[in-house]
Design a protein around this ligand. Structure first.
Ligand code: KG4
Ligand code: ZN
Length: 322
């Protein structure tokens, strides 16, 4: 965050450099914390894709090297499947399940059946939901990542204050689009003189990388809080209405919501209040955003099936789950 925050988003070159810097000490620390040695492991799981290729390559190269040196099987894991397993490994999911993966790179709906089989039902045609949070936050001077800031400030605004139109999709109506909403926020911004307000927030960020809600409230007037609440409310509505429709369509017996945006407290609350006829599972807050535990969890069924990769495994920036 310290590296990327000032740029208002992840800078790919810096991200891969940070991965390179962190990967050895992080793995060493994880092993130490759990009094485990590499030679005690059953396999090495590594993210195959999708993602920023520079960062993927760091993990891939390191994972392959560990597997080779310690004579361990190598397992390639899809990042999206990892997000799904962050929930599936911890909850009594009943199948068929509907999985809504909402992160900085994805807004995807999958049907998930027994044996971890997936069918894509809908996806975003432009920005991912998390990306929309990040872009709106950046525009308004809240730094990166935007989701957590918007989340905490939306509580203080009126979600009905600004009326945004919901996206109407031609073709597959289970697809998402957030570019219209993003543009609507931009128009709202351009119609006002926001320069002083944004400068004040940049000053807050320059002093403190992780301002508290009180810090933000001092430099954020009610109109902007209302805008944030209305924006977040619209994103939640877009997500939930399509999730409900797809769940109905496949006769889902449970819903899984995962990915960084699954941290959103408004989304969690709305899902709870919607009183779905099936359980809705969210990951614990520490497993919502990107983490390594979810990659290990997704690797377990592959380990059981003996589904191993070899040293020719490649990082794939656009790897699809289904
Ligand atoms: O899954 P993730 O850690 O990384 C990707 O695979 O993209 O998701 C990161 C995304 C960012 O766009 C971030 O703004 C968003 O998740 N995010 C949130 C919240 N916490 C993180 N969005 C809304 N509300 C949150 N509380
Ligand atoms: Zn992710």
């Amino acid at each position: 965050m310290a590296t990327h925050s000032k740029y208002g988003g992840v800078v790919p070159e810096l991200a891969s450099r940070e991965h390179l810097r962190a990967i050895v000490p992080v793995v060493r620390m994880a092993l130490q914390d759990w009094s485990t040695r590499l030679e005690d492991l059953s396999a090495i799981a590594v993210t195959e894709g999708p993602g920023l290729v520079g960062s993927l390559l760091v993990g891939m190269t390191y994972g392959k090297a560990l597997a080779m040196v310690h004579n361990l099987p190598l397992i390639g894991v899809n990042h999206i499947e990892g997000h799904i397993h962050a929930v599936a490994s911890q909850s009594a999911v009943e199948y068929p399940a509907l999985a809504l993966v909402v992160s900085g790179g994805h807004t995807h709906l999958y049907e998930m059946t027994e044996g971890f089989r997936y069918r894509l039902l809908g996806k975003t045609r432009d920005d991912a939901a998390g990306e929309a949070f990040d872009k709106v936050a950046k525009l308004l001077g809240f730094g990166y990542p935007g989701g957590p800031v918007v989340d905490m400030l939306a509580e203080h605004g009126n979600p009905d204050a600004v009326r945004f139109t919901l996206a109407k999709m031609k073709g597959n109506t289970l697809d998402f689009s957030f570019s219209g909403l993003k543009t609507a926020v931009l128009r709202w911004f351009e119609a006002r003189d926001m320069a002083d307000e944004v400068a004040a927030r940049h000053a807050v960020l320059a002093r403190n990388l992780k301002p508290s809600v009180e810090d933000w409230l001092q430099v954020t007037p009610k109109t902007t809080l209302d805008l944030l609440a209305s924006f977040q409310g619209t994103v939640i509505e877009e997500l939930l209405r399509r999730a409900i429709r797809s769940a109905d369509e496949i006769g889902a017996r449970s819903i899984i919501v995962s990915g960084g945006v699954a941290c959103n407290s408004g989304l969690r609350r709305a899902a709870k209040e919607s009183r779905f006829p099936y359980p809705v599972f969210f990951p614990g807050a520490d497993l919502s955003t990107d983490n390594a535990a979810m990659i290990a969890a997704a690797a377990f069924p592959k380990l059981a099936r003996g589904e191993f990769a070899d040293q020719t495994l490649k990082a794939k920036a656009n790897l699809a789950l289904a």
